[in-house]
Design a protein around this ligand. Structure first.
Ligand code: XMP
Length: 310
């Protein structure tokens, strides 16, 4: 496939669809939304407003890193501080599906839906890819009617259009386009990170403190495993506690699980046989996090496990 021609076609198509109107899109920093942002900006320049929603669920420094990558490309991205909205919505929830729904609802309806309505945008750019559509048809993933998820009733708010420039590509094609658009490997080869972000890696209630613990562990795991070439690696905070000893005193502390997986398409996955030396190093660093006194390596394949914990 001629990916350069693909980019040119999508730019022309967005220009034709939006005309003199305004468009808006949400950037997560993942490869799909990054490519949509770059193509959309090429097509519309300042008539595309790009926002990064800071949900409190992101990794260490992630909002600032994403904004900087785009600032360096001449593309302004506005950070929307919605941390309190997400933490309020997640308060007291422990059921995995309820937590996922709270994140989806807060993102689409409370935060982004409001921005869309207030922006005067006529068009939304969305990073749907072919796999998303196929998985919906197969009943694996619930495909979103984007407008409905944004809390916008098309009958009442007539005039919004959703544009999905990547809907004919799979992930490998999107990565090719990212390379053509001169994104660094930091973006084009980025490991998958789920939409509900660190909420999928906190078992039990998601609070600011518990997010802080899993965020610190995530930094360590990502640093230590960056050279593995694995499909995905992560840290998870369990909802259990265990007895340990710190500075000669008994401590009832937190438990972090480390996962490192090989996979082609995330439908199945196997754990990587990490060297013991590496595991010891990770364990040493993770148990230096305040209140964490155990570190476990989960080598369960998918199935029967899933990749994330919720
Ligand atoms: P599971 O945990 O279902 O994950 O084995 C399979 C792959 O999908 C990612 N994942 C998500 N991605 N929104 C996303 O965009 C989600 O809600 C979501 N849940 C899981 C996960 O990181 C893995 O790569």
């Amino acid at each position: 496939m001629d990916y350069q021609a693909f980019v040119d076609e999508q730019v022309a198509s967005i220009q034709e669809s939006v005309g003199d109107g305004l468009a808006i899109n949400a950037l997560s920093g993942g490869v799909d939304s990054s490519v949509v942002t770059a193509i959309g900006h090429r097509a519309l320049g300042e008539r595309l407003k790009t926002v990064f929603v800071d949900s409190a669920l992101m990794r260490e420094g992630e909002p600032q890193q994403v904004v900087k990558i785009f600032a360096d490309m001449g593309i302004p991205v506005e950070i929307i501080d919605a941390r309190a909205d997400f933490l309020d919505a997640l308060e007291g929830l422990t059921d995995p599906e309820e937590k996922r729904n709270a994140v989806t609802f807060t993102f689409y309806k409370t935060v982004f839906g409001k921005l869309v309505r207030e922006s005067g945008a006529t068009h939304l750019l969305h990073g749907t890819i072919l796999t998303d559509i196929e998985e919906t048809v197969d009943g694996i993933k619930r495909q979103h009617n984007i407008l409905e998820q944004l809390g916008i009733d098309p009958k009442e708010e007539y005039g919004y259009h959703v544009l999905e420039p990547l809907k004919t590509l799979r992930k490998d094609g999107v990565r090719e386009v990212a390379r053509i658009l001169d994104f660094s490997p930091e973006v084009s080869e980025r490991i998958p990170f789920p939409g509900p972000a660190l909420a999928t890696r906190v078992v039990g209630e998601v609070t600011a403190e518990r997010l802080d613990t899993v965020r610190k562990a995530t930094v360590i795991v990502e640093e230590e495993l960056a050279d593995t070439d694995a499909f995905q690696y992560m840290a998870i905070l369990l909802n259990d506690k265990a007895t340990g000893i710190r500075d000669g005193r008994r401590e009832f502390g937190q438990i972090i699980v480390v996962r490192c997986l090989d996979s082609v398409d995330a439908r199945t996955a196997t754990s990587v046989d990490l060297p013991w030396e590496k595991l010891h190093k990770i364990c040493e660093r993770i148990t230096a996090i305040p209140d964490v006194n155990r570190c476990l390596y989960d080598f369960t394949p998918k199935p029967p496990a899933t990749i994330e914990y919720i």
